[in-house]
Design a protein around this ligand. Structure first.
Ligand code: NAP
Ligand code: F7E
Length: 327
C-alpha cells in the first residue's frame, strides 16, 4: 500500500486529493496546523481514514517529524496562504508560508530520503498566478513568469526551488501549474463561491445583492475534482516535471454571473450586483487561459467538467446548503 503525506489537508484540494488517494488504496496522512484547527472536524467527517500530524510549513522541525512518522512514498505540498487579495495585506507572512514553506518541505524531504534521492516523490502546488501580466497567450510551461501579487511572487519562488531540487539533488519533484479550479468546497472568499452562495441566498429571498470588484477579469476555471487527478498522475511518471493544468477556455466574472443567476431563473442580474473598489486589487491579473497540451500528451489528462456544469454544480450545492441551514 503506497503512503502519501498531504499538506493543506483541510483545504479544497487536500480533501479531494485525500478522497482520490484513499479510493486508490493509499495510506493517507495529512499535516494540520494550529491549536484546535476548526476544520479538523471537516477532515474527520469527509475523510475519516486520513491520519493527521500536527505541523506548520514555517516550522521545519514539525515537517521533519511528520515525515518521520508517516514515512511517505509521495508528498503533496498543497498548504499555502492561497487568497491573492489577502497576500498584499500580509506579504511577509505569505512569503514565509507560500514561498519559504516550500523550501522547508523540500529540504525536509531531501534529508528524510538522503539514502536514496527520488525515493520520496514531491508535488508542488504552483499556480497560474505566476503568469500574472501575461507575456504569451495561452500560457504554457515555458511562458515567462511575471507575477503581480505577493502570492504570485511566493509561488514563483516555490516553483523554481522545486525545479532546483530536482536538478541539484535528483529528486522526483514536480510542479503543477494549475489554473483556477473550483467546487462546492471552495472557500467563500473566492469569486466563484462568493457568487454561487449569494445567488442561492438571493433566490431564496434571504439577500438581495452581492458586492464584487472587477467584473471584467477573465479566468480559466475548471473543477477541483478533475485537477487533483492531474497531481496524482504527475507523481506516477518515471521522472518529475512541470505541467500546466487548465481547460483552455477563459470566461469573465460577468459570464460567471450570467450562468449562476441564469440557473435560478434570473436573466438580468444587474439589480443584484453592486461594485465596490474595496474588492479591486492593487495590481490585477486581467486574463488567464492555459495550454494543457503537455498534460494531455504525457499524463493522458483532460478535464471532464465544463464551466457551465461547474457553475450549476456549485449553485445547486449552495441552494441545498442554504435550505438546510448548513451555511
Ligand atoms: P485552500 O483551500 O486555501 O487551502 C490551503 C491549505 O493550506 C489549508 O489546508 C490551510 O490550512 C493550509 N495552510 C495555510 N497556512 C499553512 C501553514 N502555515 N502551514 C501548513 N498549512 C497551511 O487552497 P486550495 O484551493 O485547496 O489550493 C491548494 C494549493 O494549490 C494551494 O497551495 C494553492 O495556493 C494552490 N493553487 C490553488 C489553485 C486553485 O484555483 N484552487 C490554483 C493554483 C494553485 P488551515 O486549515 O490551517 O488554514
Ligand atoms: O479572483 C475578481 C478578482 O479570488 C478571481 C486562488 O485559488 O486562483 C485563485 O486566485 C478574479 C480576480 O481567484 C471579486 O479580481 C471580482 O480577477 O476567485 P479569485 P484568483 O485571484 O484568480 C489562482 C490560480 C490561485 O492560485 C489562487 O490561490 O475575480 N473578482 N470581484 C473578485 N475576486 C474575489 N475574490 N472577490 C470579489 O468580490
Amino acid at each position: 500500500m503506497p503512503t502519501a503525506l498531504i499538506t493543506g489537508i483541510t483545504g479544497q484540494d487536500g480533501l479531494y486529493l485525500a478522497e482520490l488517494l484513499l479510493a486508490k488504496g493509499y495510506d493517507v496522512h495529512g499535516l494540520i496546523r494550529g491549536q484546535n484547527n476548526p476544520r479538523r472536524d471537516l477532515v474527520a467527517d469527509l475523510v475519516p481514514d486520513v491520519r493527521l500530524h500536527n505541523g506548520d510549513l514555517t516550522d521545519m522541525s514539525s515537517l521533519i517529524r511528520a515525515l518521520r512518522d508517516s514515512d511517505p512514498d509521495e508528498v503533496y505540498n498543497l498548504g499555502a496562504i492561497s487568497y491573492v487579495a489577502y497576500s498584499w495585506e500580509n506579504a511577509a507572512l505569505t512569503t514565509d508560508v507560500t514561498g519559504k514553506g516550500v523550501l522547508n518541505l523540500l529540504e525536509a524531504v531531501r534529508l528524510h530520503a538522503a539514502d536514496e534521492p527520488g525515493r520520496v516523490r514531491f508535488y508542488q502546488a504552483s499556480s497560474s498566478e505566476m503568469f500574472g501580466k501575461v507575456q504569451e497567450t495561452p500560457q504554457r510551461e515555458t511562458t515567462l513568469l511575471w507575477p503581480r501579487s505577493p502570492y504570485g511572487v511566493s509561488k514563483v519562488f516555490g516553483h523554481h526551488m522545486t525545479i532546483n531540487y530536482r536538478e541539484s539533488y535528483g529528486m522526483h519533484a514536480s510542479s503543477g501549474i494549475l489554473f483556477n479550479h473550483e467546487s462546492p468546497r471552495r472557500g467563500h472568499e473566492f469569486v466563484t463561491r462568493k457568487v454561487t452562495r449569494a445567488v442561492a441566498r438571493i433566490s431564496l429571498g434571504l439577500a438581495d445583492h452581492v458586492t464584487l470588484g472587477n467584473l471584467d477579469a477573465r479566468r480559466d476555471w475548471g473543477f477541483a475534482g478533475d485537477y487533483v487527478e492531474a497531481m496524482w498522475l504527475m507523481l506516477q511518471q518515471p521522472e518529475g516535471g512541470d505541467f500546466v493544468v487548465a481547460t483552455g477556455e477563459t470566461h469573465s466574472v460577468r459570464d460567471l454571473l450570467d450562468l449562476a443567476f441564469g440557473h435560478v431563473g434570473i436573466d438580468d442580474w444587474t439589480p443584484h450586483v453592486r461594485q465596490d473598489p474595496r474588492y479591486r486589487r492593487p495590481a490585477e491579473v486581467d486574463e488567464l487561459v492555459g495550454d494543457a497540451s503537455k498534460a494531455r500528451e504525457v499524463l493522458g489528462w483532460k478535464p471532464k467538467v465544463t464551466f457551465p456544469e461547474l457553475v450549476t454544480m456549485m449553485v445547486d450545492a449552495d441552494l441545498e446548503a442554504t435550505r438546510q441551514g448548513w451555511t
